[in-house]
Design a protein around this ligand. Structure first.
Ligand code: TRP
Length: 330
């Protein structure tokens, strides 16, 4: 069957300001990809409901996420940026796929266990259990070959692959194979608790993509660099990783010096703050400009939804047909 499809699709939750971890783990990669490939980026507000946000803040965060993405360089002329809940088709396919998924495999997902499913099945939300099925629906509704995501999403991609194969076997081979595309940067860790990944819930250890110069410098200067004996500490490795992800050569050189014990951590911090300020000052400026164009932001979402429907609707119609939903007499 010849269904419309896209080259690449990814998704991101509207849960707050973008930070360096989101940027290096995914968004910067999307900005590169959009030059050569047909890229769809879905703002997954249905997914965000799993955390029960206040209604007005969810609505506002969907817009501000789009503004952040535009500021980072996603270009609505190059890629399709759309909001998940503009297409209830996602929910219909979610249901169909939840009849393909099994309770056991869902209950084993790492994220579900981390969010309470491991110990507290009485009160963990059903949406948390179902989350990866909705993600599989986001993907299979567009049929991308590749899904560019951070490495924390690898397991969800494996589940999508499992569900699509099971679907194809049970019904008709409708879905093409899909793979995760994971950028080569390591995890970005919190600056002040380098045992954890960078997260907005720990703002002193988190560099936001619109971080002002002054607080950026403060956060980097306060970064934890204590070393265990001998080997480089996670905090130092994190700073070296950040440096390398903006300037590979400088990062490599600093790494060598650090291993040889010749690198002063004060100097490393100055270098990291420098590359960050270079990268973020432009993003800050772009963000300011986009904040002055709320009408254009709405228009981008409307255009995105239209482009998404052109792919999603015919695909869903075919899926409905294949599984035997009522349809029309033939
Ligand atoms: N679960 C993803 C995350 O937290 C977001 C997501 C939802 C997604 N649907 C998707 C990513 C579809 C890729 C494709 O980062």
């Amino acid at each position: 069957m010849n269904l419309p499809s896209v080259d690449m699709l990814s998704g991101i939750q509207p849960t707050g300001r973008l930070h360096l971890g989101n940027y290096l783990g995914a968004v910067r990669e999307w900005v590169k990809i959009q030059e050569n490939e047909n890229l769809f980026v879905c703002l997954v507000d249905y997914h965000a409901l799993t955390a029960a946000p206040l209604p007005d803040s969810l609505r506002a965060q969907t817009r501000s996420l789009l503004v952040d993405l535009l500021a980072c360089g996603l270009d609505p002329e190059e890629s399709v940026l759309f909001c998940q809940s503009d297409l209830p088709e996602h929910i219909e396919l979610f249901w169909i796929l939840s009849c393909v998924a099994r309770f056991g495999e869902m209950a084993r997902m790492t994220q579900f266990k981390d969010k309470g499913g491991g110990t507290d099945t009485e009160s963990v939300g059903l949406g948390v259990l179902n989350y990866p099925v909705l993600q599989a629906a986001d993907i299979l509704l567009y049929g991308p070959n590749k899904v560019p995501v951070g490495e924390d999403q690898a397991q969800h991609l494996e589940l999508t692959r499992e569900l699509l194969r099971r679907f194809n076997k049970r019904y008709t081979p409708l879905f093409q194979e899909v793979r995760a595309h994971i950028p080569q940067v390591g995890k970005v860790l919190s600056l002040n608790q380098p045992s954890r990944k960078m997260s907005k819930s720990d703002p002193t250890g988190c560099v936001f993509i619109d971080e002002e110069a002054e607080s950026l410098l403060k956060k980097v200067k306060r970064a934890v660099t204590d070393s265990g004996q001998g080997a480089l500490s996670p905090g130092v490795l994190n700073l070296l990783g950040i440096l390398a992800s903006f300037n590979a050569e400088e990062g490599k050189k600093a790494h060598k010096e650090a291993e040889g014990g010749q690198l002063r951590y004060g100097d490393l911090k100055v270098a990291v703050a420098g590359v960050l300020e270079d990268a973020l000052s432009g993003i800050r400026e772009e963000k300011r400009a986009w904040l002055n164009r709320p009408d254009r932001v709405e228009e981008i979402l409307q255009e995105g939804a239209k482009a998404a429907r052109r792919i999603a609707q015919p695909r869903l119609a075919a899926i409905r047909d294949v599984v035997g939903l009522k349809g029309y007499p033939r």
